[in-house]
Design a binder for this molecule. Structure first.
Ligand SMILES: Nc1ncnc2c1ncn2[C@@H]1O[C@H](COP(=O)(O)OP(=O)(O)OP(=O)(O)O)[C@@H](O)[C@H]1O
Ligand SMILES: [Mg+2]
Length: 227
């Protein structure tokens, strides 16, 4: 077990957001969290990352580095692709020369010297992923990284992501059921706000997965019915 979340509660003023959320994350698995917009997914990731504080509950996590791919990317606009990755490596006291390897890993060779505003949305997302993975995180948190991409680019990125993050422990937040069934080893389903865990489903299908196979569609239907 890489991480254990027990009975996390969080409110913003009178707004109750998380209402006793509990689940475990296993070493090396991709755990997807699905739930409708505004139910508290980002809040939960921020609590896991230590950016926000829970009102109560417990998170047991081994010491280690956490990589965060933000919902809104958050690249430094005044730094190039390479510069953005080098900046994170430098801030962690790590070897900056690794940045070029990361650019290659996410398929952005030739764009090293581009500024974020001259990249497509999908390319910016790749930089965000490269930056998060560059620090060799023990836990990778991904917050709807592909939400703003067109359907085709999204499917291609999901496929590439499985290669890029192989073996890592990942929590991947999405409200896209197809994406969750494609990527996840297990899916945590959250209720509407205030969020509780409705169910946790094992996706027992070999990867890469066939999105139109009967079993794949059965999983989608099952999750859809729970949301
Ligand atoms: N810093 C904050 N201060 C006050 N309210 C907040 C804050 N952050 C989030 N909220 C509220 O908490 C609720 C959950 O927000 P959160 O961003 O966690 O939702 P989400 O599940 O990630 O939604 P989405 O899928 O749209 O990204 C929302 O109603 C939001 O308005
Ligand atoms: Mg969110």
């Amino acid at each position: 077990m890489a991480l254990k979340i027990e009975n996390i509660r969080k409110s913003y003023g009178d707004l109750k957001v998380l209402d006793g959320v509990s689940f475990e994350v296993r070493e090396g698995e991709i755990l997807c969290i699905v739930g409708e917009s505004g139910c508290g997914k980002t809040t939960l990731l921020k609590i896991i990352a230590g950016i926000e504080k829970a009102d109560s509950g417990k998170i047991s996590i081994k010491d280690g580095r956490i990589g965060f791919v933000f919902q809104d990317v958050r690249l430094l606009p005044w730094k190039t692709v390479l510069g953005n990755i080098e900046f994170v490596l430098g801030s962690m006291g790590m070897d900056k020369s690794k940045a070029r390897e990361m650019v290659k890993l996410v398929g952005l060779e030739g764009f090293e010297d581009y500024y974020p505003k001259h990249l497509s949305g999908g390319m910016q997302q790749r930089v965000g992923i490269a930056r998060a993975i560059a620090i060799d995180p023990d836990l990778l948190l991904m917050d709807e990284p592909f939400a703003n991409l067109d359907a085709l680019t999204k499917e291609r990125m999901q496929c590439e992501l499985l290669r890029i993050i192989r073996g890592k422990t990942v929590i991947f937040v999405t409200h896209d059921i197809d994406e969750a069934v494609y990527l996840a080893d297990r899916v945590v389903i959250l209720s509407k706000r205030p969020a509780k865990v409705v169910d946790i489903i094992d996706i027992d299908l070999p990867k890469p997965r066939d999105r139109v196979s009967e079993k794949f569609l059965e999983y989608k239907r099952r999750i859809y019915d729970l949301l």
